[in-house]
Structures are given as structure tokens and as C-alpha cells.
Design a protein around this ligand. Structure first.
Ligand code: CP
Ligand code: NVA
Length: 307
């Protein structure tokens, strides 16, 4: 494993499998009351430049369960919001803490932070990637379907941070990946370039959601307008509305028994209907829970003594 978790493009398939295996063990330990205070005395700094419920709570609770401590730094209230350079923040936090989790806009900010920090940096979401979420998604899919290799993962909606990370994570794990998005909302070119290099798993970029969803084992969607894109809401509703939605008609073309995943928060009636959401709520909230276990695995592997 590298020092940091910045994007799934940086991980090997073996790295991902290792994280998922440790995550399963973390979940087992937590459920069975087994002590796993591997990060006793360690501190994680959490920088948030965007809103969060799951990421903040799961990292903070995860550090506590590992015997450590997490501290919340709001971009606005810290000196970061007043323009202190990232490289100085990185060097200061490296003197106090044992790891940094950051949620921000540009992937370049996270890469810069990692470059100057002597401690591990974990990407808690950028406009480009959401690696922690996709590790939790892969964990949930493997838990329900017992494997990843050979399954078909389909993403419907915006070619955003989730789409980017799902394409990379799914393909690296040997899944066939299909994406349906409107023209002008494709995944990042770096991700499409990566997909071209993959052998042994198929990738398809479609405009027709039903074509993408055909025989899929897992259907995944996300909001049409991500954080920071609030000003494009109306334009995006026009581009996605009525077509790029996970509904019963779309589920009918997927493989019988197909799972549904959504990173949340969900906008019922937009990217997913209330009926499909509620029919798959068990899987979706397992996915949310698995953020905790997957991130505990990441923190243990990056911040633990013996790794
Ligand atoms: N899925 C996810 O990252 O949720 P939050 O925005 O609540 O952290
Ligand atoms: N694509 C969404 C994910 C939220 C967890 C966003 O970036 O806002």
C-alpha cells in the first residue's frame, strides 16, 4: 500500500482486496465485541470544506472504536479558510496528528496535501473521486453476492466522483462496468483512459440507461447535482430528468435479484424513485454502515504500527 489513499487509480487489485478483507474482520470484531484498539493514542485530523453526515460520523466513530481520536476542522473556521497554504497546513498537522482525512473540491488540493504531509492522507471526497465510498460499496456487494469478479455493475446518472471511482474500483476488481449518462456529463477522461487499458473486464459508456442496465447485478446511482454544482440544478434537471432514473422499469431489465446501491443523500423522484429506494433500503443502509468498517480498515492499514 502507498502512504495515502487519494484515489482508487493508485491502488492495485491486491490493495483493494486486502482493504476489503480487513474491513470484513473489523465488522466481525465490532459486531462480536472483540477489542481492536489498534490506533490507541493516535489522532486523525478531519478537514471538511463541504458538508457531510456519513463521512464525518463514520471516521470519527471509527477512530474512537480503534482506540484513537478524531478532530473536526472546518475549512471556514480554520486558517485554511483564510488562505493558509496547503503545504503549511500539511506540515503543521504532521507534527500533531497521525493521519489526515480531507473532503474538498479539487483533487489537486488533496494530492498537494499528501505531498507535503509526512503522515497518511485519506480522500474523503473530491470533485474527482470518492474512494472511501466505493470501498464500502465493493464491500457491500461482495458481502451480498459473495464475489465481485464477473458481476456486472451499472451506474446511471452524472459522470461524477462516484461514477469515476466506481468505474476504477469495479474494473480493478474484475467486474464488468457500464455507465449511462447524458452527453456532456461523461466521467473524467483520465478514468475513461484507464478503462481502455483494462483487460479481462468489460466497460461500456451508453446514453440509454436500459442498455447499460441490461442483465446488471448491481445498479448504482447518485445525485444529478453534486456539492458545489447547486447553481446548475435547473440545467441538470433538464439534462437528466425523466431518463436517468433508477425506477421499476429499469430494474426490470437488470438481472433478477439485482442489488441497488446509493451513496446517499438520495433525492427521491429524481435519480431514484421512492419505490425502488425503499425496496432496496436494506442494501443501501448496509452500504452506509460499511463506510465505518471499510474506513477502519483503511486507517488501520495506513496508520497502524505494524504496517
Ligand atoms: N456518502 C457520503 O459521503 O455521505 P456524506 O456526504 O454524508 O458524508
Ligand atoms: N456526488 C455527490 C456525492 C455525495 C456523497 C457529491 O459530490 O455531492
Amino acid at each position: 500500500m502507498k502512504k495515502d489513499l487519494l484515489k482508487l487509480l493508485d491502488l492495485t487489485r491486491e490493495d483493494i482486496t486486502k482493504i476489503l478483507n480487513v474491513a470484513d474482520q473489523m465488522k466481525y470484531n465490532q459486531k462480536h465485541g472483540l477489542t481492536h484498539n489498534y490506533l490507541q493514542g493516535k489522532t486523525l485530523a478531519m478537514i471538511f470544506e463541504k458538508n457531510s453526515t456519513r463521512t464525518r460520523v463514520s471516521f470519527e466513530v471509527g477512530m474512537y472504536q480503534l482506540g484513537g481520536h478524531a478532530l473536526f476542522l472546518s475549512g471556514k473556521e480554520s486558517q485554511i479558510g483564510r488562505g493558509e497554504p496547503i503545504e503549511d497546513t500539511a506540515r503543521v498537522l504532521s507534527r500533531y496528528c497521525d493521519g489526515i482525512m480531507i473532503r474538498t473540491y479539487g483533487q489537486d488540493e488533496v494530492e498537494e496535501l499528501a505531498k507535503y504531509a509526512s503522515i497518511p492522507v485519506i480522500n474523503g471526497l473530491t470533485d474527482f473521486a470518492h474512494p472511501c465510498q466505493v470501498l464500502a460499496d465493493l464491500m457491500t456487494i461482495r458481502e451480498k453476492m459473495t464475489r465481485l469478479e464477473g458481476l456486472k455493475l451499472c451506474f446511471i446518472g452524472d459522470g461524477n466522483n462516484m461514477a469515476n471511482s466506481l468505474i476504477v474500483g469495479g474494473l480493478k476488481c474484475g467486474m464488468d462496468v457500464s455507465v449511462a449518462c447524458p452527453a456532456g456529463y461523461d466521467p473524467d477522461p483520465r478514468v475513461l483512459d484507464f478503462a481502455k487499458t483494462v483487460t479481462g473486464a468489460g466497460f461500456a459508456l451508453c446514453r440509454d440507461p436500459k442498455q447499460a442496465a441490461k442483465d446488471a447485478d448491481v445498479i448504482i446511482t447518485d445525485v444529478w447535482a453534486s456539492m458545489g454544482q447547486e447553481g446548475e440544478k435547473a440545467k441538470r434537471e433538464a439534462a437528466f430528468g425523466g431518463v436517468y432514473q433508477v425506477n421499476e422499469a429499469l430494474m426490470a431489465v437488470a438481472h433478477p435479484g439485482a442489488m441497488v446501491q446509493h451513496c446517499l443523500p438520495a433525492h427521491r423522484g429524481e435519480e431514484i424513485t421512492a419505490e425502488v429506494f425503499e425496496a432496496h433500503a436494506g442494501e443501501i443502509f448496509d452500504e452506509a454502515e460499511n463506510r465505518l468498517h471499510a474506513q477502519k480498515a483503511v486507517m488501520f492499514l495506513l496508520m497502524g504500527e505494524k504496517n
